[in-house]
Design a protein around this ligand. Sequence first.
Ligand code: ATP
Ligand code: MG
Length: 418
Amino acid sequence: MELTRLTGFQDLIGQPARTLAYVEERARALMERYAVGEIRIPLLERIELYQRSTGETSDIVSKQMYTFTDRDEAGTTLALRPEGTPGVVRAYVEAGLDRSDPEQRLFYSGPMFRRERPQKGRYRQFHQFGVEVFGRADPACDAELLVMIDDLRRDLGLSFQFEINSLGDAKCRPAFRAALLDYGRAHYAELCDDCHERLERNPLRMLDCKIDVKLAAAAPKSLDFLCPECRQHFDTVVALLSSAGVEFIINPRIVRGLDYYMRTAFEVTSTNLGSQNAVVAGGRYDGLVEVLGGSDIPGIGFAIGMERMALALEAAQKPREGLVRVALIALGEPAARRATQLARELRGLPMQVELLSTERSLKSQLKRADRIGANYAVIIGADELARDAAQLRDLGASAQREVRLTDLAAELYPARCD
Ligand code: ATP
Ligand code: MG
């Protein structure tokens, strides 16, 4: 048996791991400014949580979950989380927040697991960064979440396309569903196999079909069926987005094919990606807290696909914010002692400092400095040490000069970095 990693799972070593961490850092910094607190929830839950919320008819629950039977007497069936929302809602209800303190703004970040066909931007373990807001039914909240995503986009220097839609609510959706059902039955012969199944179980999902694109485009639109309250809600979201300067299009094919989703649904794609370009998806789920045993509290949220965000960043080749990189080269024991001290000082600025092996030759250390992409090499030999100085070599410009150790920090910081 070869001990290789599983299909659809990834090892990220060095730069790719750094890019993913960078996206997360920026998203976390944004949460601070939007007053969104963190929630950490388990990776394993009972399978029933997803059956009841994500839904038996969804692709996720019907085909993509990793499940296993636990060793307990009851033989509980567990599932690796395929998405974050059900766990967050369960935790919210379990903590009694729906009764004690219903208005909550929470974010989560971590791995999700879905057994789907792997390809670029689609993995079996991937990461989502998601936001959920509870206790807010007003359209300003829907708009605020979209503005939040636009702020992250701007911060990362990416360009996104926002697509929004309204699915209506329990009052107006039945008529829309019925119209879709009629439409699907009338075009039955043209539908793909998956849509034959979707038609009876969850006709909204036909709109999401990647195969029957033409049929979906001509299908009835939920926006034409909205009741006055849903219409008003949608119009307000649209007006708020316009006044906040978020560019978007209205796409009647955006659906979240689960029963508890209602009103606002949205998807965000990156124009920096080819296929698998959906980077964020979200929507309003006012019925979900109740479905999972809580009070009737509205909710809305979104999830960012972190790997796709990182790929978009790489495709856009945006220079990342980074520290100046210094290779510190000491020749001889006394110089090494001074260099250890110096490295600590420089790192505190902050600056990225790698103290190279003092057991290697100057030539070999300079090679290493190149290899790690250092901006500067700081070389301290016995002569320099005697003068309390160092050779400062700008590796980009291949220029070298002597500087006093006391001036080194000022010479290097702030300095160029890429
Ligand atoms: P898709 O239509 O691409 O399958 P989805 O509707 O299944 O997406 P959601 O469940 O709404 O996606 O998840 C939100 C985001 O998470 C997606 O927009 C995408 O960026 C990311 N995502 C979903 N599945 C994967 C995966 N298997 N690998 C990497 N990222 C994913
Ligand atoms: Mg999917």
